[in-house]
Design a protein around this ligand. Structure first.
Ligand code: NAP
Length: 330
């Protein structure tokens, strides 16, 4: 297979990051970019060497040379944009959170099955080599039995209704944007909780500002998680065993190092990884692998994984009474 040709729709902050990381990755090129603004599309194509620039997402769908479309729009639009791309016959990598609720996620997956196309949620931390190496250490008994996970994702963001992070019509709030990460870490190690305790504070428009979550699992393990758009944290992640602990260095969701502590606290060992862990490179490698091998879903971040993480988030939202109204409908 020649270079895989990428199209991107929604040319905001993460699209720029993705396009610059794609350039550093082997086997893929940015072929086309689409924005609701022609000017923005032209500038993006110039900055990241795309051959084609389109002033609507629909126009990009006419370019049948594209192998896969990366959807980088706000959460509110993932469901609609994914169905649009799949219906037009394109493979899709859609940013997290995959959609607004599990019904939307299931409908997206059914469409990918019907069209026999590749579909994956951009859960890039799943491909982070530092987190995966820490997981292997735990499986090899480095800290005894894993009993708890503690993780957060917090930063200060000014109240600004224009921003997709806050605007309710764009499915703003801490949970879908950053709360998903600590939930992901707990899910990676423990799966779905059997019980949860959740508390939240809200911005004046009703979306969640601070979120505190305590999850319990069937064998007595627990996860202590929080996300905030109000205060800063270095975002360290902790994996607690009965014989030691691993600290994923902040920001843990893109960790490039971890430190392993024994119960005695003597001689902690720090393991460092390549700075590529800070990029989308490993996620892009996985997509390329799947496309080159005819896979319709990733074995590492499967459709079932996307369903289950969204089921957890749906449950959290019930506790915090966060309802996005019309935009949640199928
Ligand atoms: N994996 C990660 O590390 C990471 C980090 C940040 C964000 N994300 C995810 O990436 C997605 C986009 O986030 P972002 O930070 O890039 O957002 P952003 O900067 O606000 O960009 C979103 C883009 O979506 C397009 N869009 C389409 N309809 C829109 C509407 N009604 N209102 C506003 N924008 C609209 C716009 O592009 P055009 O004007 O070009 O059409 C806009 O620039 C989200 O799902 C977010 O969770 C992932």
């Amino acid at each position: 297979m020649d270079n895989i040709k990428w199209g991107i729709i929604g040319l905001g902050g993460i699209a720029k990051k993705f396009a610059s990381h794609l350039k550093e990755t082997e086997g893929g090129v940015l072929h086309a970019a689409a924005s609701r603004s022609k000017e923005k599309a032209n500038q993006f194509a110039k900055d990241f060497d795309a051959l084609y620039a389109y002033d609507s997402y629909e126009a990009l769908l006419q370019n049948k040379e594209i192998d896969i479309i990366y959807i980088a729009t706000p959460h509110s639009h993932h469901y609609e944009n994914t169905l649009m791309c799949l219906n037009a016959g394109f493979n899709v990598l859609c940013e997290k959170a995959f959609a607004l609720n599990v019904d939307q996620v299931k409908a997206m997956i059914e469409k990918a099955k019907e069209k026999n196309l590749f579909l994956m949620e951009g859960m890039w931390s799943r491909f982070n080599p530092t987190i995966l190496a820490a997981k292997t250490e735990i499986e090899n008994g480095a800290i005894g039995n894993l009993k708890a996970v503690k993780a957060d994702f917090c930063f200060h963001f000014d109240y600004n209704l224009e921003s997709r992070l806050i605007n309710k019509n764009l499915a703003g709030g801490a949970l879908l944007d950053i709360g998903i990460y600590p939930i992901f870490l707990s899910y990676l190690f423990f799966g779905k909780p059997v019980r949860m305790h959740v508390d939240s504070e809200y911005f004046p428009n009703g979306v969640d500002k601070n979120l505190v979550m305590l999850f319990d699992y069937k064998d007595g393990e627990e996860a202590i998680l929080n996300a905030s758009l109000q205060y800063f944290s270095p975002c360290d992640g902790f994996l607690y065993g009965d014989k030691g602990c691993i600290r994923l260095h902040g920001r843990w969701h893109e960790a490039t190092a971890y430190t392993k502590f024994r119960k005695s606290m003597e001689d902690p060992i720090t393991v460092n990884f390549d700075k590529r862990a800070l990029t989308f490179g490993y996620e892009i490698d996985e997509v390329h692998y799947c496309l080159r091998n005819g896979l319709k879903e990733s074995r590492k971040w499967s459709w079932q994984n996307s369903i289950e993480i969204m089921e957890i988030m749906d449950d959290v939202r019930k506790y915090i009474h966060l309802d996005y109204g019309e935009i949640e409908k199928l």
